[in-house]
Design a protein around this ligand. Structure first.
Ligand code: PMP
Length: 416
């Protein structure tokens, strides 16, 4: 494109977030080293983010350079074509739900379908963001080993990026997680250590502590720790949030997301609220969804630590307070139990054709509750709900009647 190698390296301070943009141009179809694996995706988003931000600190020359970079990236590949799998992370559709909402008169529910990311979940986004930061800061060296505790999806996101970029992976998982997730991680070349679920986080046998120990024992290991890693919420400030803003043009009354590490709700909530403020429109109400047995809702409402107890639904709820969560972004937290999650996930598959995990069912139930409450008082709500993953890993659980019966659920009485 007439430019052999040009880099823009602006740094911009925005709401305490430091953004470093490094764009490599292609020459004769080859990315100049070091190739920016997600030039077609994250850099676009980052450049737009910086340009859309209050950009008093940016010189005109810098702005024009960044606009040129954006145009070059956009022109470099046709829509939906990527240099590699990592560049295809995110870009997920926002889908209007039409059947489960049939009883509503005015309110709408729209689902962000994260199963469409190449690794099958929203966690692809943070896998990429955490690895890129670790490379930049020198925490992860070529050929190094990523050691992480995961409920499965973050492991899959990390393993996908690791396979593509030549890292080894060791994951620790609680023993309640679906076998399919473990098999998938092993299929992608990871070593998986299964740890007891029913122990406290500080117990040396817990999947958190085993991951921490292994990261010290293994040479060249790096421990992302998604629960405290600030690249987790940032990944959503830089990708999920801007995608949602673009897909809705800011027309959202409520944003609903389940809370595990809290990265999704923190990053998306921050981005959507900051954009609304900048555009002078009402900010969406940010509603978190917690699992019955978790301590997050009580912590948010009362500032006290409850006593956690076991539950079956996977991926959200915690027995400690994850530093990745910024509770100040959240307006309200609602609670769902296993049965609500499983029943609604099955209904979503049968009525809307969206085959998703149990946490998606829980989030959707809350979105529908909010919609119904607004309908009742004659208000029109437009609710965006995040559906974090696919149903495939749960075929032996949420979608298996025998497993449900064995675990005490009266599936025969379920309408869906
Ligand atoms: N649902 C599923 C299936 C997940 O894997 C996760 C991530 N653990 C979540 C919900 C919660 O997302 P977050 O960690 O960003 O709060």
């Amino acid at each position: 494109m007439g430019v052999q190698s040009a880099s823009t390296l602006p740094t911009h301070e925005q709401n305490g977030l430091r953004i470093l943009v490094n764009v490599e141009f292609k020459h004769n179809g080859v990315l100049e080293p070091p190739s920016c694996v997600y030039a077609s995706h994250l850099c676009t988003v980052m450049l737009r983010f910086v340009l859309n931000s209050t950009s008093d600190g940016l010189s005109l020359k810098l702005k024009s350079l960044m606009n040129q970079s954006l145009m070059a990236i956009n022109m470099s590949l046709p829509h939906g074509v990527y240099e590699d799998v990592v560049s295809a992370i995110g870009h997920t559709p926002l889908i209007r739900l039409n059947k489960v909402t049939a009883d509503l008169s005015g309110s709408e529910v729209w689902a962000k379908l994260e199963r469409c990311s190449p690794g099958g979940s929203i966690k692809d986004r943070i896998g990429l963001a955490m690895i890129l930061e670790a490379e930049e800061k020198g925490w992860l060296k070529p050929g190094g080993t990523i050691v992480e505790g995961t409920s499965g999806n973050t492991g899959i996101g990390l393993a996908m990026v690791a396979a593509q970029r030549g890292y080894k992976c060791v994951f620790t998982m609680p023993d309640k997680m679906a076998k399919e997730k473990i098999d998938l991680l092993r299929a992608m070349g990871a070593r998986v250590e299964i740890c007891p679920t029913a122990v406290e986080k500080e117990d040396p046998r817990s999947y958190y502590m085993v991951a921490e120990r292994l990261s010290k024992e293994i040479e060249g290991a790096w421990y992302p720790d998604q629960y405290s890693n600030q690249s987790n919420p940032k990944a959503h400030i830089l990708s999920t949030g801007p995608e949602l803003w673009q897909q809705t043009q800011g027309d959202i009354t409520h944003f609903v997301a389940t809370m595990g590490t809290g990265g999704t709700i923190t990053g998306c909530g921050k981005y959507l609220k900051s954009q609304a403020e900048e555009h002078g429109i009402d900010a969406p109400r940010v509603v978190g969804v917690d699992a019955e047995g978790s301590i997050l809702k009580q912590w948010f409402e009362e500032g006290t630590m409850g006593v956690p107890h076991g539950y079956k639904v996977e991926g959200f709820g915690e027995d400690f307070i994850p530093p990745a969560t910024d509770f100040s972004v959240i307006d309200e937290i609602r609670m769902v139990d296993d049965e609500i999650c499983f029943r609604m996930a099955r209904r979503l598959a049968k009525q809307e054709g969206l085959f998703c995990g149990g946490s998606c069912g829980g989030a959707l139930q809350i979105a529908l509750d909010i919609a119904a409450e607004h309908d009742k008082v004659g208000e029109k709500a437009k609710i965006v709900v995040v559906l974090p993953d696919a149903g495939n890993p749960y075929l032996g659980k949420v979608y298996n009647d025998d497993w449900l019966r064995d675990n005490g659920f009266d599936v025969d009485g379920w309408e869906w």
